[in-house]
Design a protein around this ligand. Structure first.
Ligand SMILES: Cc1cc2nc3c(=O)[nH]c(=O)nc-3n(C[C@H](O)[C@H](O)[C@H](O)COP(=O)(O)O)c2cc1C
Length: 201
């Protein structure tokens, strides 16, 4: 196959690059305790050691999520299902600072165990985080490294066989923004287990 070089413009990571991203809804609170929620896909386990589990969340400095995490040092990653796209996108709209986006959706919340931002009940998995440090790769972006205080999910899901678990949680994939400025999502329609055979004949 012949290859071509692709120019790297602003937002190259969701414009030029075809890269499959997870979808989370991040809840935070401001210093007055007002809840903020918005979808975030630039999320990656940062330290996989069970002694020091950490996750990284990359946020544009302009967003309220960034301001709240710097102010209150806590955030929760909530993992929505693929049948919640309308509400996921609703939380991405530019509401005024101090307005709880979740009140414009069908989502409901419960208190988290260790931090002030709530968990979203209808999401299947939650990661409660306390800010450990920040990395600033550019003047526009702050990457938050969070210590994982608790990982929780819907009761019974962790005990399911992995294949059944993957189908049950039905995670959406985020594929960036199209030419008409629409968010593009996909969902997993086929899940194939491939045996791991590490021995070479
Ligand atoms: C599926 C999806 C994923 C997104 N991922 C990110 C992300 O990883 N980082 C980011 O800065 N903005 C991301 N955005 C944009 C923010 O969600 C959006 O700008 C939102 O209004 C920010 O809200 P806030 O000011 O309440 O934090 C994403 C949007 C969508 C729809």
């Amino acid at each position: 196959m012949e290859k071509e070089k692709i120019p790297i413009h602003i937002m190259w990571h969701i414009d030029a690059l075809m890269h499959l991203y997870p979808v989370t809804i991040v809840t935070t609170v401001n210093k007055d305790g007002i809840v903020n929620a918005a979808p975030y896909s630039l999320v990656l386990p940062f330290c996989s050691s069970p002694k020091n589990p950490q996750i990284m969340l990359n946020v544009n400095n302009a967003w309220n999520t960034a301001k709240n995490i710097l102010e209150t040092k806590e955030f929760v990653l909530n993992y929505p299902k693929a049948d919640q796209l309308k509400d996921i996108v609703e939380t991405s709209r530019f509401f005024d600072e101090g307005e709880n986006e979740l009140l414009h959706t069908k989502y409901t919340t419960s208190p988290a165990s260790h931090v002030k931002p709530p968990i979203i009940n209808e999401c299947y998995q939650h990661i409660e985080c306390r800010l450990n440090r920040v990395i600033k790769p550019s003047g526009l972006q702050t990457n938050f490294i969070g210590d994982i205080l608790e990982l929780s999910m819907d009761k019974g899901v962790y005990d399911m066989p992995r294949l059944e678990r993957a189908k049950h949680v039905n995670p959406p994939a985020y594929l960036g923004v199209d030419e008409e400025m629409r968010h593009v999502f996909g969902k997993i329609v086929d899940i194939t287990p491939v045996p791991v055979d590490l021995k070479v004949d």
